[in-house]
Design a protein around this ligand. Structure first.
Ligand code: PLP
Ligand code: COI
Length: 353
């Protein structure tokens, strides 16, 4: 399937979340013989040639990141917390024994990528942004199960709107994935490894066929506690409480971490703790949160013994229903305001170019 080309006119208000080829990417290769990364290079070639023995093609020797750049109301360009993404990529890479760029190198690559593709950065006012996708690919030939020594670091970007293609803050539906886990106890759920997403591909197909937008995963050991959505973290709002699961198998979301601070700043109480599945009945508002989904309200969560089964055991309808809940809306406006340069960035989260 062809990637949309750069010179096609973009409808900034209806971008959805799909790859569009921009002007260039930023690349660097870690050469294990030299023990160093090559200087960051901009390339207009969006295709790579690697040995088919590269670990990326066999054992999932790959980690990645996702962050966004925004065009503010003041015309300035802001990257949201790139240092946090750099540190998370380092943790992910360490989990699979691969080298990762320093925070400085990671940040410089993201900045270069945005600058190179500045014409594709959505203007202020559409809610859209530039999604930046840094990846680490294990490229040296191997056939036994081992970490990759030679690693390609590549940063690409694409202008995006909403994750599901609808309107911002339009509530979606979720289904619990009981018979397919994304993470294992003591596994890699807390790291941003490509392999974690492979496990969710088939259940996503099932969920979408059934008309649900999101998969909700439970803790893989007992299946009694909420972990997270396939694309994002879980937030439940109960009165003035912001509740989010504490779990070893959840990806530590930078959006969630930031929203917890915003919640405190707005006078909410933050609870990061075990969230039993039954508590779904008690939330006033439920959201998915993450870089790609921003805050996406969830209006119902259904439970099924298996995704393939005709049986729906239970459906929790969230009181906020077809509207985004009031508290979620406040959180959304605040964090998007910081990213757009409208709300004061008191925590110094944005890197202003
Ligand atoms: N959980 C999963 C499984 C994700 O893929 C993502 C996206 O990165 C998140 C949570 C949200 O993390 P962040 O807010 O850092 O984008
Ligand atoms: C992100 O939010 O950056 C992610 O990587 C999630 C992915 C499902 C798009």
């Amino acid at each position: 399937m062809a990637v949309q080309l750069v010179n096609e006119a973009l409808d900034w208000g209806n971008l959805s979340f799909k790859p569009r080829q921009t002007k260039g990417i930023v690349v660097s290769l870690y050469d294990s013989d030299k023990g160093e990364w090559s200087p960051l290079r901009i390339s207009d070639d969006f295709n790579f040639t690697f040995s088919v023995f590269g670990g990326i093609f066999h054992y999932g020797n790959s980690a990645f990141e996702g962050l966004k750049a925004f065009r503010g109301k003041d015309g300035k360009v802001r990257l949201f917390r790139p240092d946090e993404n750099a540190l998370r990529l380092q943790r992910s890479a360490a989990r699979i024994g691969m080298p990762a760029p320093s925070v400085e190198m990671f940040t410089e690559a993201c900045v270069k990528c945005v600058e190179e593709n500045i014409d594709y950065l959505p203007p202020y006012g559409y809610g859209s942004s530039m999604y930046i996708r840094p990846v680490l690919l294990g490229v040296n030939p191997l056939i036994n199960i081992e970490p990759s020594k030679d690693v390609m670091f590549c940063v690409m970007c694409t202008p995006v709107g909403t994750y599901t293609g609808g309107k911002f803050l339009a509530p979606g539906t979720a289904v619990i994935s009981r018979n397919y886990d994304r993470a294992a106890p003591n596994g890699t759920g807390a790291f941003k490894l490509s392999a974690n997403y492979a496990t969710s591909l088939y259940p996503y197909v099932m969920a979408h066929q059934l008309g649900y937008q999101e998969l909700l995963f439970l803790d893989p050991a007992t299946k009694t506690k909420i972990d997270e959505f396939g694309s994002s973290n879980f937030i439940g709002i109960k009165g003035d409480k912001y509740i989010t699961p504490l779990s070893d198998s959840v990806l530590p979301s930078i959006t969630n971490k930031s929203l917890q601070q915003v919640a405190r700043d707005l006078g909410l109480t933050v609870e990061k703790r075990i969230v039993p599945v039954e508590e779904l009945a008690e939330f006033d508002e439920i959201n998915a949160c993450g870089t790609a989904v921003v805050i996406s309200p969830i209006k119902s969560v259904s439970d099924k013994p298996a995704l393939e089964s005709d049986v729906v055991t239970k459906t929790w309808n969230v009181p906020s229903g077809d509207e985004c809940g009031k508290t979620s809306r406040k959180l959304y406006d605040h964090i998007r305001g910081i990213q757009d340069g409208i709300v004061e960035d008191v925590h110094g989260w944005c890197l202003v170019l």
